[in-house]
Design a protein around this ligand. Structure first.
Ligand code: THU
Length: 160
């Protein structure tokens, strides 16, 4: 039987079309790019999560002289939230970036490893994570669940 997988998302022309709460989260992600350690790629990524308590937590990419040891902003943040606030779920995550000496006017979207980690976190708390993707300016993508970014993702249920 032929099957089809599709999902819907919102593409906003400007960040001002976000709610005040989501704009504040995106601003926190943009600011978090300043905490990135990216001397090898010069690509500074910031992520910010709003927790079920309303609190905002940030993360950024942290690179290593041994390149594969470096970690993306999204997983820095997820691991930090999982360690510091294990009892709270993430309602929304915003991601932005600033490459050294280059424009940041298009959204970037999380790498495959981070998609798995986002899905793990959704499954762990049984709650969708809304994902907001944007450069420092320009259009904004809003995706209602991390699961949409990883079709047929491994959810670990077979391990139980
Ligand atoms: N990076 C992130 O932190 N998040 C993404 O969504 C894409 C890539 C980082 C990894 C590396 O430090 C740099 O950006 C260049 O790939």
């Amino acid at each position: 039987m032929h099957q089809k997988f599709e999902f819907e998302y919102d593409l906003l022309e400007h960040m001002e079309q976000l709610s005040n709460e989501d704009q504040a989260l995106l601003e926190a992600a943009k600011n978090a790019t300043k905490t990135a350690y990216a001397p090898y790629s010069n690509f500074y990524v910031g992520a910010a999560a709003r927790l079920s308590s309303g609190q905002i937590v940030i993360g950024s990419n942290q690179e290593s002289a041994s390149f594969p040891v470096g970690i993306c902003a999204e997983r820095t943040l997820l691991n930090s939230v999982g360690s510091q606030f294990p009892e709270l779920s993430i309602t929304t995550m915003a991601i932005s970036y600033q490459p050294l000496g280059k424009d940041s006017v298009e959204p970037i979207s999380p790498c495959g490893m981070c998609r798995q980690s986002l899905l793990d976190y959704e499954n762990r708390y049984g709650a969708h994570i809304k994902i907001i993707l944007s450069g420092m300016s320009g259009k904004v993508m809003v995706i209602n669940s991390a699961a949409n970014l990883l079709p047929f993702g491994f959810d670990g249920s077979i391990l139980k």
